[in-house]
Design a protein around this ligand. Structure first.
Ligand code: C5P
Length: 225
């Protein structure tokens, strides 16, 4: 029988990655960052000058791209990712990719291809999958589904701190606008829009620390066993 799966979904900047990585490390589960896959296809499309409204070319690109992901060994190391053998771990986090990724991820053919690979990677269970549609679409039968939220203000502030740590100054209003735009695109697309599964457990992280969120999820998981 398959070991349990944890689906962690939610909007941009709700703290999914940090928490998902920490939970996976604590429970010795595999961690899969599905957003990195959409970012990789977006990065390649930008590199190759593929028009981002050309669904057919984007679908072909997704189908022909070999992706490999390697999750970090600790809760702080991000996932490393290679496209056709080239490491693009840093490249997929650029503002340019962040700006366009929700347009590429709205293409049905791109989603179909990446979802197929995500299902095969999670097939044996024992994994934490993080994204937007894991609980609703990729693994609707996941044993534990968590939907993380936080207010736009809080998410923008967290993002600002991250950027400051990297020596970048960006105005809060600008970050709020970017986050809102990505939320809107992700929630309004026709295919697998961002929304909590009916049986997902909602956690509002506004007034919780990362380790409090982590503890909650670990506790929920242990109750399953
Ligand atoms: O999680 P992250 O911010 O890296 O995701 C980048 C983008 O990839 C999201 O804004 C969304 O457009 C897309 N995505 C998705 N479905 C997923 C994961 C990410 O559509 N399961």
């Amino acid at each position: 029988p398959r070991r349990p799966l944890i689906a962690i979904d939610g909007p941009a900047g709700a703290g999914k990655s940090t928490v998902a990585r920490a939970v996976a490390a604590q429970l010795h589960l595999l961690y899969l960052d599905t957003g990195a896959m959409y970012r990789a296809i977006t990065w390649l499309a930008l590199q190759r000058g593929i028009p981002l409204d050309d669904a057919e070319q984007l679908t072909q690109l997704a189908a022909q791209t070999q992706l490999s992901l390697k999750s970090g060994n600790s809760s702080v190391e991000p996932t490393r990712i290679w496209a056709n053998g080239e490491e693009i771990t840093q490249a997929i986090r650029s503002p340019e990719v962040t700006r366009w990724v929700s347009q590429v991820s709205a293409v049905p053919g791109v989603r179909q291809e990446l979802v197929k690979r995500q299902r095969s990677m999670g097939r044996d269970g024992g994994a934490v999958l993080e994204g937007r549609d894991i609980g609703t679409h990729v693994f609707p039968d996941a044993e534990l589904k968590v939907f993380l939220t936080a207010s736009v203000e809080e998410r923008a502030q967290r993002r600002q701190h991250q950027l400051q740590a990297q020596g970048q100054q960006v105005a809060l209003e600008e970050l709020e606008a970017q986050i809102q735009q990505r939320d809107r695109r992700d929630s309004e697309r026709t295919i697998s829009p961002l929304r909590p599964a009916p049986d997902a457990i909602l956690i509002d992280t506004d007034h919780l620390s990362q380790s409090e969120v982590q503890d909650k999820i670990v506790m929920l998981y242990q109750q399953l066993l």
